[in-house]
Design a protein around this ligand. Structure first.
Ligand code: M6R
Length: 612
């Protein structure tokens, strides 16, 4: 949720840190701050609002230290204001700390520190950390590795989640970092090292990274990184090369990341298909390699995720059930983890997460593992936390998704899970080969068809212009179209702040139709030939009551009664969400632009939700 950057080397740290924060701002943007160290003194500068506010702070250009830490915040404890911004310092101004995560026992720890004479300047849970480190540091004067030890002792007291960076003016050549349930990686350069919560922050400086695991500590100097486990025993780590190119984290001429990512979908879906599906060949999931006996053992599949990733799960549930004949349940991770779900060694649990860092999804995965289920992570981020917990990981390979509103990750998740369902069906021999082959052929045509859908963007823009002042919008669909309605409604809420609802068309007359009145906007999705007539009748019911309608369809319809019709290419109804969501992503985007909002950084949201 918050973003962290750190630098230690031979260059001036502040421009590197601020540049990193700008790349990470999508993670949180309530406030930001920076600490650098020079001549035995820590300078700490911070402000409310966007990272660009840091630029205007008097004296920011005079920070010449070659070691520093920085943070962009998404508020949890305490309102967004300068006092609550990170970095936080201890009472003696010896330590500076940035923190991602939530300290659950901070009230108790704060009381302990108050009782020991400390005082606090902010409302945050984070401010206890530098003071707790100070507390142990003063008691630890004999220890040869005093800073590392004090951070370790302080972390032992913390309950909850954290990724922290610590500077100490008494030890100006080192920085200590630690993580538990919040992401943190270390980038390695020539005579310099970087720290960040998310790889794009420093990708323009290095492609070589160490990934920290939960409970790990690291001590960084400019020439070295030493790693320790949760008992402070030294450990070694493998350096990983991350082959994302820098330009894929830039806007590339598009006005916003969201628009760029919408337009990238022909490419990202092609990348997701990759070498898993080739004409006239069986689907390749050698990395999973389930035998028929293993698959036959599963009597239930759970698809668990949050937000858009959960909607991707809803879109593929019918595929898994129809092709593999295994009962499939889609669950919201934050509900699943507390529901005491019925799981055993015959359950297959699939966890979908673009970032691979969503706290609820990771906790839900750990729960299933503890009950003996087989777990698969579907993620877009190589080496992310979820991939290190799951029994198996499959990557969407959609490329970095920066905009808070998820677009290309969704279509890639559906594509990858469709491939997985087809693979299961091929191994299980659960349906006739023709049925499988038809979906395979249609999958290979998707990149082309996506390009075609994107050509209609001007008409969507015009419709957005007509309705952007609306207060409520309804999305209707049946079957997989209903799952698209849910995703479209989430997208609209997120970036346009317009209230919207998604309903299964048949459910309308059981209550929500009471809300339909003259002029209200209703968007219908009609792509399933078996359900189209029923959906048309439901749309007539709202038109009769004065609704303005936009229709997304690949069916031949009498379109005269609708205000706008967007025709999309035909495909197998089981994979139609990959095409039908595109006009609706564009619709939300253009509404947000019409309203003059910040598309990529909608209010109150952050890209990855690493707290509960
Ligand atoms: O990184 P994840 O896929 O686990 O994220 C899950 C949700 O937080 C995410 O999809 C969220 O709903 C998006 N902002 C939707 O656009």
């Amino acid at each position: 949720m918050c973003g962290i950057v750190g630098y230690i080397g031979t260059k001036k740290a502040s421009p590197i840190l601020i540049n990193g924060l700008l790349k990470l701002e999508y993670r949180g943007y309530d406030s930001s701050g920076i600490s650098t160290m020079e001549n035995g003194y820590i300078s700490n500068m911070k402000d409310k609002g966007r990272v660009k506010n840091l630029y205007d702070l008097p004296g920011i250009n005079d920070l010449n230290g070659t070691i520093g830490i920085a943070h962009t915040r998404w508020a949890t404890h305490g309102k967004p204001c300068k006092e609550n911004s990170h970095p936080h310092m201890d009472n003696s101004n010896t330590f500076s700390v940035v923190h991602n995560g939530i300290i659950e026992n901070y009230v108790e720890l704060k009381q302990f520190l108050l009782d020991n004479g400390y005082h606090f300047l902010s409302e945050t849970d984070t401010e206890i950390i530098p003071n707790l480190i100070h507390y142990y540091y003063t008691k630890n004067s004999e220890n040869t590795d005093r800073l590392l030890n004090s951070v370790y002792l302080a972390c032992k007291d913390l309950k909850g989640s954290y990724a922290i960076e610590v500077l100490c003016k008494e030890e100006p050549d080192y920085m200590i970092v630690a993580r538990k349930d919040s992401p943190l990686v270390i980038g390695v350069g020539e005579q310099e090292n970087y720290v960040c919560s998310d790889i794009p922050a420093v990708l323009s400086y290095t492609k070589n990274f160490y990934l920290l695991n939960d409970g790990d500590f690291a001590k960084l100097s400019k020439d070295d990184v030493s790693f320790y486990d949760n008992n402070l025993s030294p450990i070694t780590k493998e350096l990983k090369n991350i082959d994302w190119d820098v330009s894929s984290c830039e806007k590339d001429g598009y006005e916003d990341f969201m628009l760029k990512e919408i337009y990238e979908q022909p490419k990202s879906v092609r990348e997701t298909i990759g070498s898993r599906l080739k004409k006239d060949e069986k689907i390749n999931f050698d990395d999973i390699g389930f035998s028929k006996e293993v698959l036959q053992k599963f009597n239930r599949i759970y698809l668990v995720a949050c937000g858009t990733a959960m909607h991707a799960g809803l879109a593929v549930k019918p595929l898994l059930e129809k092709l593999c004949h295994i009962t499939t349940i889609v669950d919201i991770a934050s509900e699943f983890r507390y529901r005491e779900p019925l799981i055993d060694e015959n359950t297959l649990c699939i966890y979908i997460s673009q970032s691979g860092e969503t706290a609820d999804t990771i906790a839900a995965l750990k729960l299933a593992k503890s009950k003996g289920a087989t777990t698969i992570a579907v993620s877009n981020v190589i080496g992310s936390s979820i991939t290190r917990e799951a029994d198996y990981t499959i990557y969407t390979h959609a490329g970095p998704e920066i905009a808070v509103a998820s677009t290309k990750a969704y279509t890639s998740q559906i594509t990858l899970l469709t491939l997985l369902a087809l693979y299961f069906a091929e191994v299980l021999e659960s349906v006739p080969v023709d049925k499988i082959n038809n979906i395979k052929e249609e999958l290979l045509l998707l990149p082309e068809k996506l390009t075609e859908v994107l050509k209609d963007s001007d008409r969507i823009k015009d419709f957005a212009h007509k309705v952007y002042t609306e207060k409520d919008v309804f999305f209707l669909g049946r079957g997989t179209d209903y799952t698209v309605a849910m995703e479209a409604s989430l997208k609209l809420k997120e970036i346009s702040y317009i209230h919207s609802e998604a309903y299964a068309s048949g459910e309308l007359k059981h209550g929500p139709i009471a809300l339909i009145e003259n002029g209200i906007t209703v968007i219908g999705i009609l792509t399933d030939p078996f359900l189209v007539e029923k959906s048309v009748s439901n749309l007539q019911e709202v038109i009769t009551r004065g609704a303005k309608t936009l229709i997304i369809t690949n069916q031949e319809l009498n379109t005269s009664s609708y205000d706008e019709v967007i025709n999309i290419p035909n495909t197998n109804p089981l994979i139609s969400p990959i095409l039908s969501i595109i006009p609706l992503q564009l619709f939300s985007y253009y509404i947000s632009k019409e309203k003059g909002l910040d598309v990529d950084k909608p209010r109150n949201l952050a890209k990855s939700v690493t707290v509960e």
